[in-house]
Design a protein around this ligand. Structure first.
Ligand SMILES: Cc1cc2nc3c(=O)[nH]c(=O)nc-3n(C[C@H](O)[C@H](O)[C@H](O)COP(=O)(O)O)c2cc1C
Length: 408
């Protein structure tokens, strides 16, 4: 009887490593998100997870991916599927890019270092934000893979110029200019919680801390979270811009420091300061995509900042085909917002994007399991892309075409 019981019961060996144990029960991005929600104080989770106003742009981003079905094709010998592709002239293991996000160290003490190492191992582009919590130099030290830097244009142009010089010295390959943040969107979860960055350890945090003791302990045990890129440049320049060493309201900080007069002339100025590729991030119309082409940009990222800026903005996947039709092959096109599965990446590429980017998913995975969380997530995306390509009968990224997407 014991023998027959043994033959049907397969007890999973106990995983001693806490991160791996947690990750072993994650099957998709919703699962990483649920773990992140359990591990992070509510205000921190809401800062990452939230979006502007009614959060309708954020939900539209995701639901418009779900609305599109794919055309399964059969009997096409899919024994070998190649997910690799070329982005800005260099190879990537898949058409996926880690989007720039501010303050990753609030999700995990290692922050960008963990994500950048994992991205390099997976042969995927890592993007560092101006509002990063690890500096350009720290990231370059650990990441020997492809790395891009995202700049905001500061009122104090010397700061922008200094960051570009540091990127050059540190081997960053390309530059994004984020253009959808002329003013900060109204993120109502942050308004309600009076969210500051870095998070303030006030009375409410201690109440939260009783529920999330591990996060509070890590927060206190590790070096303070500051806007590392700003801190290095202000020191080099002897400037006085706040670097996050005391808590600031993000809305006030952005509205005080970033230049709302930003225009196409400033884009030309940045291009004159940088001899590598430049990507405009935050394009949301065919009209602006066409201007980007005429201005000679190398790439555009169709993005509504994950729904964190204008809540009435269109779902990003809806823009991909019309923009590709309008710009032809003159420019690379990436897109982000609501990409949660390999099949979403396949839909975006089939409709005309060169790559899709992920923001929140990598922060959830980082919170769920640090560097191994990001490894887990990138494997999940790679497997999902490969599986979707096999089930739609396509064996190379170049062969993905709009024919495999049913547009409603
Ligand atoms: C917490 C958080 C911080 C972000 N910070 C930045 C930033 O500093 N610069 C930037 O260009 N985009 C930033 N973004 C936007 C992302 O680059 C990306 O456009 C967006 O997250 C994609 O949507 P998704 O989260 O649905 O994948 C941020 C997004 C999140 C969620």
């Amino acid at each position: 009887m014991l023998e027959s019981l043994r033959s049907v019961v397969d007890v999973k060996p106990f995983e001693r490593d806490r991160d791996l144990r947690r990750l072993s029960s994650c099957a998709n991005v919703a699962d990483y998100r649920a773990v992140a929600q359990k591990r992070l104080p509510a205000g921190v989770f809401d800062y990452i997870d939230g979006a502007a106003e009614d959060e309708s742009a954020m939900s539209r981003n995701a639901s418009r991916f779900r609305d599109r079905t794919l055309v399964p094709r059969v009997l096409r010998n899919v024994s070998s599927v190649d997910t690799s592709t070329t982005i800005l002239g260099k190879r990537s293991s898949m058409p996926l890019i880690i989007a720039p996000t501010g303050f990753p160290r609030i999700a995990h003490p290692e922050g960008e270092l963990a994500t950048a190492r994992s991205a390099a191992r997976h042969d995927v582009v890592f993007s560092l934000s101006t509002m990063g919590t690890r500096s350009i130099e720290e990231v370059a030290d650990v990441c020997h893979g492809r790395k891009w830097f995202q700049v905001y244009v500061w009122r104090d142009r010397a700061l922008t110029k200094d960051m570009l010089a540091r990127c050059k010295e540190s081997g960053f390959e390309a530059l994004y200019i984020t253009v959808d943040t002329a003013v900060l969107g109204r993120r109502e979860r942050d308004v309600r919680r009076g969210m500051s960055l870095p998070p303030k350890l006030g009375l409410d945090t201690f109440v939260e801390g009783a529920r999330r003791p591990r996060w509070v302990l890590e927060f206190l045990r590790n070096e303070p979270i500051v806007f590392s890129n700003v801190a290095v440049s202000t020191k080099r320049l002897g400037a006085t811009t706040e670097d996050g060493s005391s808590a600031v309201s993000l809305a006030r900080f952005i509205n005080d420091q970033f230049d709302p007069r930003l225009s196409w002339e400033d884009v030309a100025w940045i291009r004159s300061q940088w001899d590598g590729p430049v990507i405009l991030k935050g394009i949301q119309s065919v009209a602006d995509a066409k201007i980007a082409v005429s201005e000679g940009l190398d790439a555009i990222a169709l993005s509504n900042h994950g729904g964190r800026q204008l809540d009435a903005s269109p779902a990003i996947i809806d823009l991909v085909a019309p923009v590709r039709d309008a710009v032809g092959d003159s420019i690379e096109v990436y897109c982000d917002g609501g990409v949660r599965r390999g099949s979403d990446v396949v839909k975006a590429v089939a409709l005309g994007a060169d790559a899709a980017m992920i923001g929140r998913p990598h922060l959830y995975a980082l919170a769920a399991g640090g560097e191994r969380g990001v490894d887990h997530l990138l494997d999940f995306f790679k497997d999902g892309i490969e599986q979707t390509m096999a089930l739609t009968g396509v064996t190379s990224v170049a062969a993905l075409s709009p024919d495999i997407v049913n547009e409603r």
